[in-house]
Design a protein around this ligand. Structure first.
Ligand code: DGL
Length: 264
């Protein structure tokens, strides 16, 4: 493998940046391609078949073109639906992203956990299995918050977002029976850590947030242990459709160390 073979992080949009931020902390020297399927976003409102076909097809093309040393599906929706299929078709180590129910169950004092994700993620059997395995004896309340995906995208483009968006998302959990007892919220979409401060404001004091990004970054680092990592050119932000939003995202991409842009 070439020393400058990249780690490829894949999401429908800017959500994967929340994983990149953690990866930078543990592997600052790793060459990265940050892939954003802006041509296919949002995933959360698509069917399982649509998400699986799109993710398998795109990752196949990206793997062939960029020869990554590892692919991280930095997207809960794509991982909970398509991780197995992607592993079956690609001969590259693949790391997925899953709702952080286990750490949330360890953190909650009230015994009531909220989970915010996309509609596609919260209906997955994978989430049922995580709940059965790790949140026994706890109450897990789930809500789909598609509006937050657009809010995170807008924030990273430098636009201001109406705080009512975050209040509506909080109400989706708070208004369920037992929702007033929530003290821990799982951010089960990689877009949501990017708007954690706004969500914290909307939920009010006494609520902790947990996501999987740091665990994923540690997993990637352990899989790459001992490998030579050389950044021979600036890290690449790779989109699937040319559009005006790419220019608007440039300042944010620069903050994450992505100083080259391309379209697949
Ligand atoms: N960032 C993605 C996730 O983690 C999904 C956003 C979308 O709906 O495209 O689930």
């Amino acid at each position: 493998m070439d020393a400058d073979a990249p780690v490829l992080l894949f999401d429908s949009g800017v959500g994967g940046l929340s994983v990149l931020a953690e990866l930078r902390k543990v592997l600052p020297g790793a060459p990265v391609i940050q892939a954003m399927d802006n041509g296919g976003m949002p995933y959360g409102t698509k069917t399982e078949a649509e998400v699986a076909a799109r993710v398998c097809g795109l990752l196949g093309r990206m793997a062939e073109r960029f020869r990554p040393r590892l692919i991280c599906i930095a997207c809960n929706t794509a991982s909970t639906i398509a991780l197995g299929m992607v592993r079956d078709v690609l001969n590259v180590p693949i790391v997925g992203t899953f709702p952080a129910i286990k750490p949330a169950a360890a953190m909650t004092r009230s015994g009531t956990i909220g989970l915010l994700g996309t509609a596609a993620t919260i209906r997955q059997g994978y989430v049922d299995r995580l709940e059965a395995e790790f949140a026994q004896g706890k109450r897990l309340l789930r809500a789909a918050a598609p509006e937050l995906v657009g809010a995170a995208e807008a924030k990273l483009r430098g636009e201001s977002v109406d705080p009512a968006v975050f209040r509506r998302a909080a109400a989706l959990l708070r208004d369920q029976p037992g929702g007033d007892m929530i003290d821990t919220v799982v951010l089960a979409c990689t877009h949501f850590p990017l708007i954690k401060a706004e969500l914290a404001e909307a939920f009010g004091p006494g609520v902790e947030f947990v996501d999987g990004a740091s665990g994923i970054a540690r997993r990637i680092a352990s899989l790459l242990a001992g490998q030579e990592l050389v950044r021979s050119q600036p890290d690449l932000a790779l989109f699937t459709r040319d559009s005006a939003e790419i220019a608007a995202l440039q300042p944010a991409l620069h903050r994450y160390g992505l100083d080259r842009t391309g379209v697949l």
